[in-house]
Ligand binder design. Structure first.
Ligand SMILES: [Zn+2]
Ligand SMILES: [Zn+2]
Length: 376
């Protein structure tokens, strides 16, 4: 699998070292585990950790991706474990999950539930195999469950690619580039076992796991059906990709996004900002303290990006999304950014443009491409 394999499904993948988007480190948060942070920084795999009594963190490797691993959390139950997220569908990932569960004293067959934060392949890809091995139920938010067929079914993939291409044309992505950029979904599909959910998890749902007061929070934006999970008594938030210690997740307009994903995302940030928790347990990097500070930083980051894009639109007076994207500040020269990341960057710019449009700050003249102008 090459770089081309990383499409919008990869989400924040690659944002750390190579991505043009949101790569600045931002304000430092306090790691909750020095060991885990050091592993992250040195390029090592973190160890399997007991985070709290009855709660384990298991790093599961992700192929060809600078994020390197997803942190799967295992929650002890009277008769086994529930896991939050599963990993990519590779042998290496399956083995790492199996070995991690063994450190905690469990076998794969002891998994009773797989709570999936969202359908990106690094979180959901392995869920089907875990269910096959254990009989666990898989839980997803309905908004992500609704996307499964279009995203991962062989019969639907061509349609998704065609819609992606049409969207890129309307963004003014050069034609050769548009073809090159829209094929990644096909490759991503190989890393996912298509596995429908057994349960749909709605906002505010009590998961009903014995010994856990675990509640679901619907936090759309990065994915339409993204879920966080909070345990008030243990004072922890499982944040998935919604809030991470260093990077900000990609929030982009694409064929499977909501119409205004950035508005959803900012609302969903506000919804978790003041949760009364001591520790944030994210799906990547390392766990940390100071949820409210980190959320405030991410909000400020998007406010800054909105201002920069509004200024770029004013300066161009009739430019396609692609042209605006090339004029923004990136962590490295635009020409050196790999093609698939340029697509992600364009789709992320589009999310900001759509947000500004909905608030009357810019306007669009539809066409091929759509052209963007200052409001008024
Ligand atoms: Zn993701
Ligand atoms: Zn992820």
């Amino acid at each position: 699998m090459t770089d081309q394999g990383a499409g919008p499904a990869m989400s924040e993948a690659d944002t750390r070292r190579r991505a043009p988007v949101s790569a600045e480190p931002g304000r430092r948060v306090t790691p909750a585990s020095e060991e885990q942070r050091e592993a992250w920084q040195s390029g090592a795999m973190p160890v399997v950790e007991r985070v709290r009594p009855g709660l384990w963190s298991i790093p599961v490797p992700i192929p060809i991706n600078p994020l390197r691993y997803v942190l799967v959390y295992a929650l002890e139950l009277p008769d086994g474990v529930a896991i939050i997220d599963a990993g990519w569908n590779t042998e290496e990932a399956y083995t790492a999950l199996q070995d991690g569960l063994a450190v905690a004293g469990y076998a794969m067959s002891d998994v009773r539930a797989v709570l999936v934060t969202h359908i990106h392949p690094d979180h959901y890809g392995l869920a089907g195999r875990v269910r096959e091995a254990s009989g666990a139920w898989i839980g997803l938010h309905p908004a992500d469950a609704a996307l499964l067929h279009g995203r991962y079914d062989d019969s639907a993939i061509e349609e998704l690619v065609a819609r992606e291409r049409a969207m890129l044309v309307r963004s003014g992505v050069p034609p050769l580039s548009a073809d090159e950029l829209s094929g990644a979904s096909r490759i991503i599909r190989n890393y996912v076992t298509m596995a429908g959910p057994d349960r749909l998890i709605e906002d505010g749902a009590d998961l009903g796991l014995p010994g856990w007061d675990l509640k679901a929070l619907w936090t759309p934006g990065h994915s339409p059906g993204h879920l966080c999970f909070v345990s008030p008594s243990r004072r922890v938030l499982f944040s998935g990709d919604h809030v991470l210690a260093r990077i900000t997740p990609i929030v982009a307009v694409h064929p499977q996004s909501g119409p205004d994903p950035l508005a959803d995302y900012l609302d969903a940030l506000a919804a978790v900002r003041h949760l009364d928790v001591d520790e944030v347990l994210p799906a990547h990097e390392y766990r940390f303290l100071e949820l409210a500070d980190r959320v405030g930083y991410v909000m400020a980051h998007h406010a800054g990006r909105l201002a920069e894009i509004e200024t770029a639109v004013a300066g161009a007076d009739g430019a396609a999304c692609w042209d605006i994207t090339t004029r923004l500040t990136w962590s490295r020269p635009w020409e050196t950014i790999p093609a698939f990341m340029r697509r992600a960057a364009t789709n992320e710019t589009l999310a900001h443009l759509v947000y500004l449009e909905a608030r009357g700050r810019v306007r669009r003249v539809p066409g091929e491409p759509d052209l963007w102008y200052p409001a008024g």
